[in-house]
Design a protein around this ligand. Structure first.
Ligand code: SAH
Ligand code: SF4
Ligand code: F3S
Length: 382
């Protein structure tokens, strides 16, 4: 007689990195014999892979976890696990454990690779598990993987971030930059391309342009060239680029290699030099515009997209208008505009001149309305 199939269901918050890590959580669960379920209520193992980038992202995760209370009361045998960037912060993990007694397993990004072990321990009767470590390594690259993103294969080329933009939680919840070996990356891509369905490869890292700088490795541009030299019919993209590290060599590779997607996501965050300095972004409005000019000259059909933060501490109306004027000048193909959100432990948390929510709201709406207009006029120009 066949055993009853056990099912899992993963809810993912946050960026592509988390989406990719959920593919690893799925891979580990399938190694244990679980199959993917259709929804939370029919799943035996329920996982929330959380994000901490803005308060809103954390609140959404907390709301989703909270709503499990009833299900878990009726079905105490179900296992609930919470992981990701939110739970990499020990204070948040402890709060979750106290607030939601029905959560069985809590761990952070640094413990991802140990998920199978945690689950088996809990199933064997161990009491609720909260694991925390500040030892960020590359162990997570070695776990089983179940690709779930259609014809696109996500490939991690590095972990962590060294930039400490003053608003950002990522360096605290992801550790310092750790590049994978280029041989390993190329092997993983070759392996993925064996499946006939992958026509797109997207390289992931918080700042892919600094790939290899933390170890004896080739540069990002060289890595791209090696990937493009692999056999097969596929396109290569990457995210995200930090403007301070995007080299002419990388722009040339995108221009010259047929396999490179003609698109760059280049977060500018603000158009004001005063704010860029306070954000610790290490480039100016002028140097950013110079890169955009170079991209447009070398790759006229390149899609350029960006991220904007409005209402960073000390952002005056004049500073904000400089962001508006930059948007008008560059005419991005798309923008992601965010209201600044205070993150615990970051430098900007303690800065003076925090901007009221209603002003942030007004500013973000102005950016979005402007971008809508820009997109419309770009379409008309075609
Ligand atoms: N490593 C990437 C960004 C990752 S976070 C880079 O530097 O390009 C994605 C975006 O979230 C950022 O570009 C920024 O616009 C936004 N963001 C990060 N921290 C934020 C905060 N505290 N409040 C609002 N937006 C934030
Ligand atoms: Fe955050 Fe800056 Fe690192 Fe991007 S580069 S993850 S914004 S600290
Ligand atoms: Fe969020 Fe962590 Fe990504 S904080 S944006 S899931 S790196």
């Amino acid at each position: 007689m066949l055993a009853v199939e056990k099912r899992y269901f993963i809810t993912t918050f946050g960026c592509q990195l988390n989406v990719h890590e959920s593919e690893k959580l799925a891979g580990m669960l399938e190694e244990l014999g679980y199959i993917e379920g259709n929804d939370i209520s029919s799943a035996d193992v329920i996982v929330f892979n959380t994000c901490a980038i803005r308060e809103g992202a954390q609140d959404r995760a907390i709301g989703n976890i909270g709503s499990l209370k009833k299900i878990k009361r009726k079905h105490p045998e179900k296992i609930v696990a919470v992981c990701g960037c939110m739970t990499q912060q020990l204070s948040e993990s402890e709060w979750l454990k106290k607030t939601f007694p029905f959560v069985d397993i809590i761990f952070g990004t640094s413990n991802l690779y140990e998920f199978k072990d945690f689950l088996q321990r809990r199933l064997a009767g161990e009491k609720r598990i909260l694991e925390h470590s500040e030892d960020f390594n590359l162990e997570g690259e070695n776990v089983a993987l179940k690709r779930t993103s259609g014809n696109n294969a996500w490939i991690n080329i590095m972990q962590g971030c060294n930039n400490f933009c003053t608003y950002c939680i990522v360096p605290y919840v992801r550790g310092r930059e750790r590049s994978r070996s280029s041989d390993e990356i190329l092997e993983e891509i070759k392996e993925a391309l064996k499946g006939p369905k992958y026509t797109s490869v997207t390289l992931l890292g918080q700042n892919v342009n600094s790939y290899g700088q933390d170890r004896d490795e080739i540069s990002f541009a060289e890595l791209l060239r090696k990937i493009c030299a692999l056999k097969g019919n596929f396109k290569v993209g990457f995210m995200t680029s930090h403007p301070k590290d995007l080299t002419s060599e990388v722009i040339d590779v995108i221009a010259n290699e047929d396999k490179m997607k003609k698109e760059i996501h280049l977060p500018v965050q603000s158009g004001s030099n005063k704010i860029l300095a306070k954000m610790n972004r290490k480039y100016t409005r002028e140097s950013y515009l110079k890169i955009v000019k170079e991209i447009r000259e070398k790759i006229p059909d390149c899609r350029i997209t960006t991220d904007i933060i409005v209402g960073f501490p000390g952002e005056s109306e004049e500073d904000f208008e400089e962001t508006v004027s930059l948007l008008k000048e560059v005419k991005f193909d798309d923008i992601f505009a965010f209201m600044y959100s205070k993150r615990k432990g970051t430098v900007a948390e303690k800065m003076e001149g925090q901007v009221p929510e209603e002003i942030k709201n007004k500013r973000v709406n102005k950016c979005l309305a402007l971008q809508k207009e820009i997109k419309r006029s770009k379409l008309e120009d075609r």
